[in-house]
Design a protein around this ligand. Sequence first.
Ligand SMILES: [Zn+2]
Length: 672
Amino acid sequence: MTKVDLILTGGSVATMNDDFDLFDPGAVAIRDGDIEAVGPADEIAAGYTADEVLDCSGCAVIPGLINAHTHAPMTLLRGLADDLRLDVWLMGYMMPVEHEFVRPDFCWLGTQLACAEMIRSGTTCFADMYYYEEAVADATAQAGMRAVCAETVLQFPSPDALSYDESLERTRDFIQRWKGHPLITPAVGPHAPYTTTAELLQSCAQIALEFDVPLHIHIAETAREVEEHRAKYDMPMVPWVKKQHVFEARAIAAHCVHLDEGEMRTLLHHGVGVVHNPTSNLKLASGFAPVVQMLEMGLNVGIGTDGPASNNDLDMWEELRLAALLAKGVIADPTALPARQALAMATIGGARALHLGDEVGSLEPGKRADVAVVNLCTVHNTPRFARDPDALYAQLVYVTKGGDVRDVMCQGRWLMRERQLLTLDEQLLMAEAADVARKIDTFLIQREESVLSKLLVIGQVAQKKTFEVQVKVYLTAETPVESLLDNPEIQIIKPSVRRQYDTYFIFDDPWHNRLRYREDELLDEDGQVQDLVCRLTLTSYTKDREYARSVLLSRSRFDAPATRSLRFYREYFKPESEIGVHKERQRYRIRYGGTDFSINLDRLLKPDLPGLFLEIKSRTWSRQDAERKAEMIGELLELLHVQEQELVKQEYVELAADAARQSRASQRDEEK
Ligand SMILES: [Zn+2]
């Protein structure tokens, strides 16, 4: 008789080994954190004794589940912003909040919360990629879980590094201090090809090879990213990444949604682990990964929840069920990705994808004792059939809920018994998370209060206070401006022809009510676009006019290069209304009498102005006419409304204010 520490006996043991051996009733003998033996319950009872024997009858005994791609600390951002497009979600919400809040203690707390959730649903190992990964590693080790922890490296400043040199330094430091830990595998995490550079990927690959640690990266998550990559580098993503030596390391590639067959072969050839993230891909509408094809080719494909801000939970049961269902739906074949294969992806497949296949992922002698015991005696698991032993897989994949997991062990240490967490204080973690959420709420509520703060959060804004006198005149087509400029006293410094496409976002904001998105095309002599500049300009209300036909502008403007699309800004700022103005502008910088002036000769392309508008604007109004003017404005506003010409309404709000002021002034005169 061999003495071991613990025997789990009486349950249906799904080993997930190469032969998919099932023992029912079976038993697992555990010693020093490792699996000593697995087999039929009576055989184990005949060969082994233990101080502790746990009765697992009525339960399935399986390898702990492996969440092969996540961003654990993002539990603290769960439910913060949903149902948005990836760029608005990421650039508009996640990154600004991360910039403000992500510190080591944030990552530590978020990871502990994630560990509590993962242990509760039978996960014993996960692959992470985030900032301050050392805090993630520490929180995970304290919770007693296993993880591959990749420190994120980006080409731009991140919450934990001002430059990528700094983040490479941080990564080296982290790897050196954690390498060899029994539960934590430190790794390097270049975020994705579109957020890094060739040089940066090469440096990351070099670190991974030098320290012999895994490299975790997002590959081909969205079609857009893949198209942009091809346009930029003139080659598909996978060969380009390969060129940077990334696949010479033990690479883990998350998503892999948009790959061609050649790219999959390259991944296979280099033993790259692939991680399928079905919920995240559906929620962000990224597409469907060719999972069945990749599995048929022999790639190691695991399953991941992705970060809890894009899922929004860490329940691997939901994930593996969805993987099985989605695969069938996508290729219209109900035999695709059967239950046993789905469970394999969430266990041994995940382990192999993380390059941990020799240590975990199956219940085999010599491997670490990472085990989940799942209660099958629940209403939704009733009844069970004995005819086909493999029915157990269907039961686990199509029926089991995270809450059915009764006991969880990692490296022979109990993390949960009878649904009680043994290494974490759930109540305390929940209270602390609620505290962080309150702070983030306050930050976002303040930001949403003004258009300016929303603009500042997405960056690169410069404030300019401009005091300028603008004289606006409506010209008829025949007005001979050019011949007037042909005057020896006027020196033309810089003439240019432009086409400007302006979109005004109108807000109900007491300080800054107008945000202009301008695409400014500089045209050459042939009318071809020579240069394109996109800018955002935030302005406040125009000050009162002193003269009927002139405008004195004295206002602060906030300027920023518009680096994202009009659609992004529209979805991010959610304006009350929008005004589109397209014009052709002839611009002259002139010097006259020693002073520089700018003359802009605009031809309005859009909208078509009603004649009434032009009439009001071109007449010289005396005080006596105030009533008539107000009347005409009224007519025009009505006309604009009927035509839904939101476009020039804003000008008319100002005109209407003019009229009201004039009629008040004439009333005062009468009273005198
Ligand atoms: Zn991810």
